[in-house]
Design a protein around this ligand. Structure first.
Ligand code: ADP
Length: 755
């Protein structure tokens, strides 16, 4: 009974100590918890009558060390030094399994351990443990840690009562550990919140920093901010790549490198397309993250080689999108060590990158606006120059007609004075040259009448190729690329051919050493905004006719001026500076636009952008004008003035006619009758010796009433009208005339016959 009383008293005393311990723990300030636990372990050791007592708390978040506390009695070695670097309860697999399930492990002696617990046996034995207890520290259904008691001096059995008391102690430690965990979590979330706030502030600073910049300062502003961003990302290299909205090829890279990064490592940011594996991931809008080179999959060969060659240990690339289009990349790299970027780093970098990319986007938009304003100004200037040039050309043309007419008249009377005649011939030729110039000016100012009809693009390009080939030396190769689609435009065939031929001849001139010229066409959809930017009258589907060369190219200053009349870089006498001005006027007139892309030394590409215009009825492709003229290939030309006859003959042959000549009306009648069946056209002067043009025509038309006739005359008189009335198809052309007059007259004549 006495010993029963003693037991009871001891039990009460132990329970008091436990209660005391609990009260002490409750009273602990947050900052004292750790010291409190250490002290409490000593108390627990005494209550248990052991010589070592310890607590291990499994880490609350991944990557952190377990918290370990221990108390040892005098004479027992501390095991603290062994804790270094050990983050788990690792080796004690058998014990851990039980603790995780919430079971305590009680060992009166080590030999009580089953064979599976050989590791426990070995480690505990090595540390001189004779008996021990492991209690799980529970929070709900989870085990937060272990409270351990060890006896080193002797083996001992654990009575039910002792265990019951120790379970109370365990509950006291579990509750203090729960409290510590809650506190830690609170502190942790507060810290996270603070970090978030700091980041938000940094981002706000960043955007404030950039918002105020004018476009020309932006690049510098971005460069200035890069080191700061690299610091946030703990990176040795940062690169912001921004892509132009229109093409992924045009990119701008802003970079910063940590000091001391060797030159061979500084090989720029990943270029779009160089790295297929990365591109695939980025193309899906995902972040490309390489914490370690070893972690790259086998297919990422290019990526691996790049990182290894440059000595990069970790890499992160974040893609950006602007209105669903790929707009940029932010890359950070670590060379000094491996680094894993966590979700919050990525979020920060993404936001920062979006701010930077957004600023660049605004800059590009501003640039585009400026560009379109410049374009508008330029087109207004061209308009003004055109009006001026047109006015001058018109009057000038009249004066030329007088000069040419008189020169020819005087020449007539000078057959016996060859010297003077030759001088006068020079004057005439000079005046003719002037006439060609004014023709160009008139085209530029759009004062020439034009034919506007559907043209099939492939056919047009083939015709141009045929016409221009003889003008090209063997060292120049003209390649024709015809699109597979059947495309139509509306324009004056002859004029448009003239434009393209002009572009090809210019390309030839830009390649004195020879080279390649590509002539091709492509469809291009132009939106309203772009149309306005390009000074096009309307948006829609366009056909882009391109003439590209790999010649000398031109500087931006030259490229800006090439369409101005009289602008030329060619030697005096070699260029008139009217070719492109004429082209400009012709294209403009067809509601299109001509432009050039060029770089000095890198060739030039001229674009002739014309609205796509399929013919209304889905008719069989109509032959172009040239073909129609060719289809009516044989012409009898009767003209008594040899010079005029030669000129007209040349014009006609150039157009593809086969020309039969006669020097007066009677000869014309004879030849005409002989070949009447194969003739397609009669062109005759009105006033001639032996038989006039009208007599000739009447003579031939008796048998070929369908034969088209074109009368030429130096002076208009009433006779033609009268005769024309009787004839089924007749036209009249006033001298002097040029190719385009002749073409126009022929066209009218031929068209009146077209079905
Ligand atoms: P011209 O050929 O009589 O000089 P153009 O109006 O046809 O007149 O051309 C104007 C100028 O444009 C040329 O003098 C030349 O400097 C430049 N140019 C035109 N085409 C090209 C080209 N393909 N490559 C380089 N420069 C060109």
């Amino acid at each position: 009974m006495g010993s029963g009383m003693q037991d009871l008293e001891r039990q009460l005393a132990e329970e008091r100590r436990v209660a005391e311990l609990a009260r002490e723990f409750l009273a602990l300030e947050q900052t004292d918890i750790e010291a409190g636990i250490e002290r409490g372990l000593g108390e627990a050791g005494h209550i248990a009558g052991v010589d070592r007592c310890y607590l291990v708390a499994v880490p609350g978040s991944q990557g952190r060390d377990a918290d370990r506390y221990e108390w040892v009695d005098a004479g027992v070695a501390s095991r603290r030094p062994h804790y270094e670097g050990d983050t788990t309860l690792g080796q004690f697999q058998w014990v851990s399994d039980r603790l995780r399930r919430g079971e305590a492990v009680k060992l009166a002696r080590l030999d009580d351990l089953p064979p599976e617990a050989a590791a426990e046996h070995e480690v505990l034995g090595r540390h001189g443990v004779r008996s021990c207890l492991f209690f799980p520290l529970r929070s709900g259904a989870a085990t937060m840690g272990v409270l351990g008691f060890e006896c080193h001096r002797q083996e001992r059995d654990w009575t039910q009562r002792q265990i019951a008391i120790l379970e109370l102690v365990v509950e006291v430690f579990a509750s203090v550990l729960r409290r510590k965990r809650d506190e830690d979590a609170r502190v942790e979330s507060q810290r996270a919140l603070q970090r978030q706030l700091a980041l938000a502030k940094q981002l706000a600073d960043l955007s404030r920093h950039l918002v105020g910049f004018r476009p020309e300062q932006l690049a510098a502003g971005i460069r200035e901010k890069l080191p700061e961003l690299a610091g946030l990302a703990r990176a040795d290299h940062i690169a912001l790549t921004s892509f132009e909205p229109r093409s992924l090829k045009a990119e701008e890279v802003y970079e910063w490198w940590q000091e001391g990064v060797p030159a061979e490592s500084r090989r720029g940011a990943p270029r779009h397309g160089d790295f297929p594996y990365a591109t695939e991931i980025l193309g899906q809008g995902r972040v490309y993250h390489v914490p370690s080179v070893a972690g790259l999959p086998a297919e990422a060969i290019a990526e691996r080689v790049d990182l290894e060659v440059r000595g990069v240990r970790s890499q992160l690339t974040i893609p950006f999108f602007s209105t669903r289009r790929f707009s940029g990349l932010l890359t950070v790299e670590c060379l000094s060590r491996e680094h894993t970027w966590f979700e919050e780093d990525i979020t920060l970098l993404r936001l920062a990158g979006e701010i930077l990319a957004g600023a660049l986007f605004r800059m590009h938009a501003a640039e585009e606006l400026l560009e379109s304003q410049t374009l508008l100004l330029q087109s207004q200037k061209m308009e003004a120059v055109g009006t001026l040039a047109g006015g001058i050309a018109h009057d000038f043309n009249n004066q030329l007609a007088v000069m040419l007419g008189n020169a020819r008249f005087v020449l007539e009377g000078l057959k016996d004075q060859p010297d003077i005649a030759s001088a006068l011939g020079d004057i005439e030729r000079a005046a003719e040259h002037c006439a060609r110039l004014t023709e160009g000016l008139l085209a530029f100012s759009r004062r020439q009448p034009v034919e506007d009809r559907p043209l099939e693009v492939a056919r047009l390009l083939h015709e141009v190729q045929g016409l221009v080939s003889p003008l090209l030396p063997a060292s120049i190769h003209l390649k024709l690329l015809v699109s597979e689609t059947v495309d139509w435009i509306r324009a004056d065939a002859i004029q448009l051919q003239q434009v393209l031929i002009n572009l090809i001849v210019n390309a030839r001139d830009a390649m004195p050493e020879g080279g390649n010229i590509t002539l091709c066409s492509r469809r291009r959809q132009v939106g309203h905004q772009e149309a306005a930017g390009l000074a096009l009258p309307e948006a829609g589907l366009f056909i882009d006719l391109m003439v590209a060369d790999d010649g000398l190219g031109m500087s931006p200053e030259v490229a800006r001026r090439v369409f101005e009349p009289f602008f030329t870089t060619k030697e005096v006498g070699a260029g008139t500076g009217l070719g492109l001005a004429t082209a400009y006027g012709i294209v403009q007139q067809s509601r299109g636009r001509i432009s050039v892309e060029s770089e000095l030394g890198c060739g030039a590409t001229f674009h002739v952008l014309l609205p796509s215009a399929p013919p209304e009825r889905a008719a069989a492709p109509r032959a172009s004008v040239v073909d129609e003229l060719e289809a009516r290939g044989r012409v009898l030309l009767v003209e008594d003035e040899p010079a005029v006859r030669r000129v007209v003959q040349r014009m006609l042959s150039d157009m593809g006619f086969f020309v039969i000549e006669a020097q007066d009306g009677a000869t014309g009648l004879r030849i005409g009758r002989e070949r009447l069946a194969t003739l397609d056209l009669l062109i005759t002067d009105l006033t001639m010796p032996h038989a006039s043009g009208i007599e000739l025509a009447r003579g031939l038309l008796i048998e070929r009433p369908d034969l088209p006739v074109l009368f030429l005359s130096g002076h208009s008189d009433g006779r033609v009208e009268r005769v024309s009335g009787e004839l089924e198809r007749a036209g009249f052309l006033q001298k002097p005339f040029d190719v385009s007059d002749l073409t126009a007259a022929l066209r009218m004549l031929i068209q009146s016959d077209s079905p």
